[in-house]
Design a protein around this ligand. Structure first.
Ligand code: C5P
Length: 310
């Protein structure tokens, strides 16, 4: 039976966070085209908001507002639309439709899994909107078919990711970490970065090391140790594609960051500060250097996609 469309249909709203990879170890490409990963994710307080309400069955639309909205597709290529359609196709293609509105803050193609956050948000929001009895595990399984980062974007917090980054184990993390992010005006498509990684690493190691130094620093709540342990195997590839990142990373280090790293596939750079006051200083100084589109101060870990109102 078709779901009646109420003219005064209520919005269901979800807030979804961005992520940084505190460690990102990458193995050799597999026949599937994916690379095995050993990564530690941390969600940080940069949020997209995904709002959905009922639309006619079979009708899915999306509007995108906020930062870099013009760079996000507003048709069926949008990951939030794909997420909504995936759920609808599974639970009853002739029953469900959704009007989706996204407000973006997470950089687009910036290495912080912004598209995956929107997909995670749409999965959660639509499951509530359509009153589906999906469990968190089921939502994560749907998410994994949309993108390797989507399961973590549903979960949030701090987690070890293996497989394609979609096999998750929560990681103990004490305290809150203060980050300064240098957001680029430029996009860096993830597949391009992995392709450059393949060129730079013709013989990648057969076994991926577990990022134990990062995990030990998190258990101890030791920001200095975490700063020293940050590692990203994709960084040389990102830097090869965007040589300007060398200067951005170097500037943050010279300004006293405990650690500096390209976030995921980049081009966002993340700088760890000792505390909130140091983060404020660092963000002011980085802004005045004029080497990136915008500087943002965030903390982590924070939750992943979460319902705001239903
Ligand atoms: O899973 P997702 O669509 O977000 O990944 C985008 C692209 O990044 C993939 O098509 C693939 O080229 C690359 N990727 C990879 N190995 C991973 C995750 C992503 O090669 N573990």
């Amino acid at each position: 039976m078709a779901t009646p469309l109420a003219p005064e249909a209520e919005w269901v709203r979800v807030r979804a966070s961005g992520k940084i990879n505190l460690a990102l170890r990458v193995g050799g490409v597999r026949p599937s085209g994916y690379h095995p990963l050993a990564t530690v994710f941390q969600s940080v307080s940069l949020f997209d908001e995904i709002a959905v309400r009922l639309d006619e069955p079979g009708r899915f639309t999306v509007r995108v507002h906020g930062e870099q909205a013009d760079l996000v597709p507003s048709d069926d290529r949008n990951l939030a639309v794909k997420a909504a359609r995936l759920l609808a196709d599974h639970y009853g293609p002739s029953r469900y439709g959704a009007e989706i509105v996204i407000r973006k803050t997470i950089p687009v193609a910036g290495g912080m899994a912004g598209g995956s956050a929107d997909a995670a948000g749409a999965l959660l929001a639509c499951s509530v909107l359509w009153d589906l009895d999906t469990t968190p595990d089921e939502l994560r399984a749907f998410g994994a078919t949309l993108g390797a980062d989507v399961p973590f974007q549903l979960m949030g917090g701090t987690a070890l990711g293996t497989g394609r980054g979609d096999v998750l184990v929560p990681v103990l993390s004490r305290g809150s970490y203060h980050w300064v992010l240098a957001l680029s005006g430029d996009e860096l498509p993830t597949p391009e970065v992995f392709r450059r990684f393949d060129q730079l690493n013709p013989e990648p190691p057969a076994d991926l090391p577990l990022p134990t130094e990062v995990m030990n620093a998190l258990v101890a709540g030791d920001a200095a140790a975490l700063g020293a342990a940050l590692v990203n195997d994709l960084e040389p590839a990102a830097v090869a594609l965007r040589p300007g990142l060398v200067r951005t990373l170097q500037t943050g280090r010279e300004l006293g960051a405990l650690g500096a790293i390209v976030s995921g596939a980049g081009p966002t750079c993340a700088f760890l500060a000792a505390n909130e006051a140091a983060a404020v200083d660092l963000s002011v100084q980085l802004s005045s250097e004029g080497i990136c589109r915008v500087v943002r101060r965030v903390t982590g870990p924070v939750p992943g996609a979460r319902l705001i109102t239903a």
